[in-house]
Design a protein. Structure first.
Length: 134
């Protein structure tokens, strides 16, 4: 028995298939989903969703959203998502460094819209880099 996993962003369906195991980056920490999991709804942070098909793991970079688990179906609705295998690691490293520098400039300053955006950009670039490495 397997899980049906759908990862949906506003502009695309990133993944629609089966998985033996799914690990979600929830706002309260990593959540592992196996067949027979209790129904739940959870908020997701920017991070890496990992799914296992047999002995193969696949990474998907996510930018915040929600996940619903119901009757062996996992539906992930996010602001943006990208398969790790489609992310160039060198580019992701450069984007991460730029986002980290932009955030560091604002660190220690009062919260502002610019600081929130820099923090979100840093979290997403970190997720993309991690997903690109598998």
């Amino acid at each position: 028995m397997t899980l049906t996993l759908r990862v949906l962003a506003p502009d695309q369906s990133v993944f629609d298939g089966s998985a033996d195991e799914v690990i979600l980056p929830s706002t309260t920490g990593q959540v592992g989903i196996l067949t027979g999991h209790v129904s739940m709804l959870t908020a997701l942070d920017s991070g890496v969703l990992r799914l296992r098909e047999g002995n193969t793991w696949t990474a998907i970079a996510l930018s915040g959203g929600f996940a619903e688990v119901e009757a062996n179906e996992v539906t992930v609705l996010v602001n943006a998502a990208q398969l790790g295998s489609s992310i160039d690691t060198a580019t992701a490293e450069k984007e991460y460094e730029q986002a980290r520098e932009a955030f560091n400039v604002l660190e220690g300053k009062p919260t502002s819209p610019e600081k929130v955006k820099a923090e979100q950009a840093l979290a997403l670039s970190r997720a993309r880099l991690s997903a690109s490495r598998g």
